[in-house]
Ligand binder design. Structure first.
Ligand code: UDX
Length: 409
């Protein structure tokens, strides 16, 4: 098939690369000239395991352009542009702009697939603009695992008005052999928000249990999480207590979902609480460090990890950066180290050793593999293990705190 992908971020690039690998011919469109130029010269704008190899392998089948007229032969066009949360709301302007820009070039029977995360009702607006069949096919990929998640997702959701167009998209993904759910367009849009909000809620839930464990002797949240996770109805995933969720999806989707509901006169009380609990995590980390150091003014604090999670260079809504800002506001000197991520928002150093050496306090904000087993290096520092990567038995209890572990007397 000839397939168009509009919006070459993580979702667009990975979707295009995986479909190219199935033998389809892909035209990727993006309005960012630099990004397109880079891709034309085999430079991927993001770090995503396996993506470069897949792009390289399929480079004859995946072309990049800023020109929407290149979509003129496409049988299917995926919209994968960004849908940021602006003033607490899901901003669908880029989706609608993309629909308007492609419309003049589409064939009569081109199917337009909305993959961007959009509030219910948006794909129908796209349908009015493009005057073609529209299918909602949300993605559930995790950054750092995007290629695998796209090639073998837990399930595929296809929302359509028209059976034939839904069948065509179902067929396109049949190589994944994943469970397919056929739904209405609005249900498909809603599933994405409900799924992300539920996962975020699991995280905030266990983080509240972690807070309580910190004041109960002999309690460790990891034991609690493991035990409750063995109940099949609860399941063991997304119960890692820590400094909270970040990234490009959970923070923005939960906020947008809440305001979407409000506009319809409904309150999503549990999700509102989830957001509140998450917003308190960085503040709690700073409070703990302040207690450990007896004040923050003029103290040097090293943050290990500013990527919002391991195996990505993405710092969007990163807890490490939020903590850095709060620490600076309190007069601390902040240094950070991350194996992949870069930023100009905090002073970065080239290695964890360099970062720790000059620090009074250390906060582990991302559970990168290379932060495991570094207990020795941290011996005489105040340490907050915000992601539970250290062995508490190897730390001196006086200056050590870990999320969800009894903090001692
Ligand atoms: C998420 C969803 O998993 C994905 O299905 C959706 O399409 C997009 O959003 P992603 O943002 O890439 O994917 O990251 P994910 O691995 O889900 O982690 C999100 C955040 O939650 C990270 O900051 C992570 O550190 C945090 N997290 C995750 C926890 O704090 N505890 C956990 O147990 C799991």
């Amino acid at each position: 098939m000839k397939i168009g992908i509009v919006g070459l971020g993580v979702v667009g690039l990975v979707t295009g690369a995986v479909l190219a690998d199935q033998g389809h011919e892909i035209v990727g469109v993006d309005i960012d000239q630099n990004k397109v130029k880079g891709l034309q010269c085999n430079r991927s704008p993001i770090y995503e395991p396996g993506l470069d190899e897949l792009l390289q392998k399929n480079k004859e089948r995946f072309t990049f352009t800023t020109d929407y007229s290149m979509l003129k032969e496409a049988d299917v066009v995926f919209i994968t542009v960004a849908t940021p949360t602006v003033e607490g709301k899901n901003y669908i302007g880029y989706v609608l702009d993309a629909a308007k820009a492609m419309k003049p070039y589409l064939k009569r029977d081109t199917i337009v697939v909305v993959k961007s995360t959009v509030v219910p009702g948006t794909s129908r607006k796209v349908k009015q603009i493009v005057e073609r069949e529209v299918v909602s096919n949300p993605e559930f990929l995790r950054e750092g695992n995007a290629v695998v998640d796209t090639a073998k997702p837990d399930r595929i959701v296809i929302g359509s008005d028209n059976k034939a167009s839904g069948d065509m998209i179902e067929n396109l993904w049949s190589f994944t052999k994943s469970t397919v759910l056929r739904t209405s367009i609005e249900e498909a849009e809603m599933i994405k928000y409900a799924a992300n909000s539920f996962l975020a809620t699991k995280i905030s839930f266990i983080n509240e249990i972690a807070n309580l464990c910190e004041v109960i002797p002999n309690c460790d949240v990891n034991t609690i999480a493991k035990a409750i996770g063995l109940d099949k109805r609860i399941a063991p995933y997304f119960l890692n207590a820590g400094l909270g969720y970040g990234g490009s999806c959970f923070p923005k989707d939960t906020l947008a979902f809440v305001s979407f509901a409000r506009e319809l006169g409904e309150e999503l009380k549990i999700i509102e609480a989830t957001i509140k609990v998450n917003e308190e995590r960085p503040k709690r980390a700073v409070k703990i460090m302040k207690e450990l150091l007896g004040g923050l003014n003029s103290k040097t604090v090293c943050i290990l990890g500013i990527a919002f999670k391991p195996n990505t260079d993405d710092t969007r809504e990163s807890v490490g950066l939020k903590i850095a800002k709060l620490l600076s506001d309190e007069g601390a000197n902040v240094l950070a180290y991350d194996p992949k991520a870069k930023t100009s928002l905090v002073k970065m150093v080239g290695s964890k050793e360099e970062c720790v050496k000059v620090a009074d306090g250390v906060i582990i904000a991302t559970e990168w593999e290379e932060f495991r087993g570094i207990e020795q290096m941290l011996q005489d520092k105040a340490v907050l293990d915000g992601r539970r990567v250290l062995d508490p038995n190897k730390m001196s209890r006086k200056k050590f705190r870990a999320i969800g572990l009894y903090r001692g007397d």
